[in-house]
Write a protein that binds this ligand. Sequence first.
Ligand SMILES: [Zn+2]
Ligand SMILES: [Zn+2]
Length: 325
Amino acid sequence: MPKKKDEETSLSKPHSVRCRYCGQKNNVKADFKNGDAVCGKCRLPLSDEPHKKFADLNKHDYVHPADSKALAALRAIPGIDSGLRKLLAVTGESAIRVMFTASAVKVTPKQCPDLHAKLQIACTTLGVDMPELFIQQNPIVNAFTGGVDKPIIVLHSALIERLNDEETLAVIAHEVGHIHAEHVLYLTAARLIELLINGGATILLPGSEIIKLVISLGVSSALLAWARKAELSCDRAALLVTQDPHVIGRTMMKLAGGTFASKIDYDLFLEQGREFKKTLEDKALDKFWAQVVNAGRSHPFPIWRVGEILDWVETGQYQELMNKE
Ligand SMILES: [Zn+2]
Ligand SMILES: [Zn+2]
């Protein structure tokens, strides 16, 4: 057809491609094919394929049922919401902000602009106001979101060093997911309790005395049980941003296997995730988490998470959301 011929001619010259993620125009060589280069702004693989932005995403469209259930149980504790809010607003939020402003690098459009662009992509895709983003020198591969009314996201340096650009977007999107799913207040409280269990919160926060009280009231086990499940919802949010389940899968592989991951067989890793999910029922998992928390091990488990995300894709719910107008 003549039209196709025209298109071919125009593509045989150097031309520009608009980044699917951030919208930046990039000049490319005549023989450019999608994925051949990275975007000059966000550093993600350059492609003109469509990228869905969710105009009106409802958290109930993707939140994991285990998360909703555990959160409902948590909210049923009398006074917990207002209590935590009051406590963290007075002590935690300002302390967290001061601590990171003093000790970590703040990401701005000029400082680490590609990370800022990734944050912007995650926020515009899910429909969340931009939070502050910090990078902190820390050898533990991790990221977290904390705060009460003005959440902040912190990425550890080891995480950025280890992950590629798409995987970094997945982690940032996961954190933005916590904001979208309204997890942040409880997540902050859960993290403080974990720090306290591990003996680290006393140097961190003036409010730790009150947190001790929260623990003695028995809120902590409900809070920590929920926090594991909240991860599953935010992995789904990350998938809604990367729009490629294998980016989530490879991120989990690196979280599980470290830099050695380049030598790990990805398909076998996925199989391991599926097997794990099959063999451990939800009830057995709850027991397992309780032991894990008691042992002071707080980090979520990549094998479990990859099994869960594959499951979600296979139910068709992810595709349904992607097809929704
Ligand atoms: Zn871009
Ligand atoms: Zn998380």
